[in-house]
Design a protein around this ligand. Structure first.
Ligand code: DGY
Length: 326
């Protein structure tokens, strides 16, 4: 029988068995087998003889590629790929892929969870009941604000932005406005959402949902000046990347009651530090970056990442080759 040499790959995060078996059909693989996330140093040690890697979130830069001189393909099992140093990857002809689409509805559900939880103070009041502080007194101090029939401003009208807009428009009768690099006439027509100037969106929205990818243009997109433009009743939601906002500006806006509250799935320094003032504020809902954290969705992401990896290693153009590396 012909002895086919399979490309060597490293699977640097837990993926579904189905995805692992798929990779095994085409590649000779080694994998990270712990529930803890692999560290960058541990990864560097594994990549010496590998042509492909499946991972998520680890910076792919000059240093890593120096340790991985055979590497040709990086398959990221996430939609955001701000961990790619695109310039270096382009120079070195490294193929980079991501996993869009399969997580859109899951992330959109979470965004609505953050909106509802912040507006109706759900996590704060859950603690209130569990702490035994609920008495038969008047409930005026438990009031929240409505989500339905308010104005939802979406910054970043990509695939996830679109499904958030759909939920807002059809499920909650919201007036949906958006800002994006390019206008999306089809979405405007299909969903009845309106394009809006960036500053005006900040001024008009009751809920501001930030969904833009992190790039050099969107770093600190929402800073002191932007929080100042928001309504005092505004609720700010970030489920994109932490560095798209200046977290200190958010903290000050919340402390000075310049906005009503915030729902966060991401933080400027990755994992939010236990000393962060955000953790002390009852009008902030903090989640540990769980946008896509549903087994079914993660399995779909694993399979897509596996297919991207194999396709690229077999010399085909992977379906989810990131646009900057095309
Ligand atoms: C991603 O995949 O980039 C998102 O952060 C999911 O939460």
């Amino acid at each position: 029988m012909e002895n086919i040499i399979k490309p060597k790959v490293y699977i640097a995060k837990k993926i579904s068995k189905e995805a692992e078996d798929y990779i095994g059909e085409f590649c000779d693989y080694d994998k990270w087998d712990s529930d803890k996330r692999i560290t960058r140093t541990e990864l560097l040690n594994k990549l010496g003889d590998k042509e492909g890697v499946l991972l998520s979130g680890i910076k792919i830069d000059e240093e890593l590629l120096h340790h991985a001189s055979k590497l040709r393909v990086v398959s990221d099992a996430s939609v955001g790929y701000d961990n790619f140093d695109l310039k270096v990857m382009k120079e070195k002809n490294i193929i980079g892929t991501n996993t869009p689409s399969v997580l859109d509805n899951t992330v959109a559900d979470l965004i609505f969870g953050l909106m509802l939880s912040t507006a109706r103070r759900i996590s704060e009041l859950d603690n209130y009941v569990k702490d035994g502080r609920w008495t038969a007194e008047d409930d005026k101090n438990l009031f929240g604000v409505n989500v339905h029939h308010t104005t939802l401003g979406i910054i970043g009208m990509g695939r996830i932005g679109e499904v958030v807009a759909k939920r807002g428009k059809l499920g909650f009768d919201m007036d949906v406005i958006y800002n994006n690099r390019n206008r999306k006439p089809e979405i405007e027509e299909n969903l009845g959402v309106k394009y809006c100037d960036f500053d005006l969106l900040l001024q008009k929205s009751d809920f501001i949902v930030l969904m833009t990818p992190l790039t050099k243009d969107t770093y600190h997109l929402i800073d002191f000046a932007e929080f100042k433009m928001m309504k005092e009743s505004a609720i700010f939601i970030n489920a994109s990347r932490g560095e798209t906002i200046n977290e200190q500006a958010l903290i000050e806006a919340l402390q000075n009651k310049k906005i009503f509250g915030a729902g966060l799935d991401v933080y400027e320094k990755g994992i939010v530090g236990s000393k962060s003032l955000l953790l002390k504020m009852s009008n902030v809902v903090t989640l540990p970056h769980i946008g896509s954290a549903v087994e079914e969705t993660r399995n779909d992401m694993s399979m897509l990442a596996a297919k991207n990896l194999v396709q690229a290693l077999l010399g085909e153009t992977p379906v989810n080759l990131v646009s900057e590396l095309k």
